[in-house]
Design a protein around this ligand. Sequence first.
Ligand SMILES: *Cc1c(COP(=O)(O)O)cnc(C)c1O
Length: 572
Amino acid sequence: MEQWKDFTDTSRIAYFSMEIGLSQEIPTYSGGLGVLAGDTVKSSADLNIPLVAVTLASRKGYFKQSLDESGAQHEAPVEWDISERMEQLPARITVPIEGRAVTVTAWLYQTKSPAGGVVPVLFLDTSLRENSPEDQSITDSLYGGDERYRLKQEIVLGIGGVRILQALGFKVFQYHMNEGHAALLTLELLNQTRNINSGSWMNTLEMNRKAVAQRCVFTTHTPVSAGHDRFNYELVHQVLGDDIIPPQQLRELGGDNELNMTTLALQLSRFVNGVAKKHGQVSQRMFPGYEIHAITNGIHPLTWASAYMVSLFNRYIKGWALQPELLVRVDIIPDEEIWDAHQGAKAFLAQYIKEVTGQQLFLDVFTIGFARRVAAYKRNDLIFHDIERLLAMGKGRIQLVFAGKAHPQDNDGKALIQRIYAAARRLDGEITIIYLPNYSIDVAYHLIPGVDVWLNTPTRPLEASGTSGMKSALNGVPNFSVLDGWWIEGHIENVTGWSIGEETKEGSSVGDTNAADAADMYTKLEEQILPLYYDDRAGWVKMMKGAIGKNASYFNTHVMMRRYVTEAYLQR
Ligand SMILES: *Cc1c(COP(=O)(O)O)cnc(C)c1O
């Protein structure tokens, strides 16, 4: 075990994220943003990138999902004990919240690479006796509570994070905000710059702004402005107060009418990026005054390859896990061994399903997988658009496996899960439909490699990147997806998978877009995908290899982190 002090010898990139998903045992994530952050940390450890990550302790996690017979979602806190997973550090700092000085401490988790690199992750925690019971709960529930609660969490993350890194002796040369939740860190840096420079706000705001921006990188993840965190200034005044920054200056940086965390981060970062090429363009249109780059998301290869693929790759493509570019050589693996590894993963999934839902997944029946957050724009139930047509082509020939949580306040999302349950009842005995509850890292690890095709049907252009399709590609599971997010870059028709609908068709998720996308999906399934699967094994394995060789070799967090280093962190 290294001492935390060992980590303070090197000057580091401080990577701030409201959620980080490192493993099933540390449930401090809700979905894609957190899993991406976890994979970022793991690849940084593999590549020996000097990074320190900062997040919240989220002692009650996001939530545990259970589903009743009708598919109604029930939520419960996640039970876990932080002290069993990491080590408490001696540092204590305070942050201003509603005029009180709230004490914050940090827990240290060490992410270790098989190659020897280690990345420290700090989990900020207010659950300390010196805080009131209410303040102790600030770091309990990820995305729980109201606006006020969220703002308090963002103060702990942004301002508390900068202060605790300093208290522990970390030297930081770049701050990376993974989404706008962490943007208050810029105010603390500005505050400290002011103290050094002159003590006067009025004349030097622009100078100080530039000095702070030199140290900050911002990644935006949301392609709609409604998705960006905002707080009204009255609330900010009440909760944060005016000591960190005078109200007028805050308005200049964060927007006239309300504090927009994206605006704040944009104004105080010298490098800003979206998470796929298309998302970079969409963000550029949303924020015309700023230069927005694009660095496409990735996944951590060793985390997301099934045990069957890991052992196959280890035998044929030595070094692939630390240098996933080598997966371009997938063609040297014999077809039967790729197929057998996949069938192993499918049997592993079947066993898991049997344990969780008691249902039977047939290993010789074509299986479509779909798992992601349940939200209207993701159109999780598009495959049931024309249920008679699905039944006509799919009876006995198609199985479907779903998973996904709806945000506790998203009633549309919850209703969507019930629609999937209703479709399952309608198709009972004809098309097997499985809904695995409580989507999480563990569920994803079992589910994604074990299906035959990975389906994605978002409303364009609302899928900023998407990463589960990269996990499927790594496991030889081709994507069948609407052209949005990363898939615009990864898709080669009939080589890495299949598209659904046209690329350019943007807009609402209702009416003709739904009908057109569904029709295209059914036609491709019926005329191309099912015949290839059932009648042409060699052709199918070629697709599997296309996914591995042309998608997984590139869409991973090793490639992504090399890009962040050369295009963001080390650029001047
Ligand atoms: C990979 C992953 C996600 C993100 O998948 P998307 O395709 O971006 O929706 C979400 N949740 C879990 C548990 C994951 O493993």
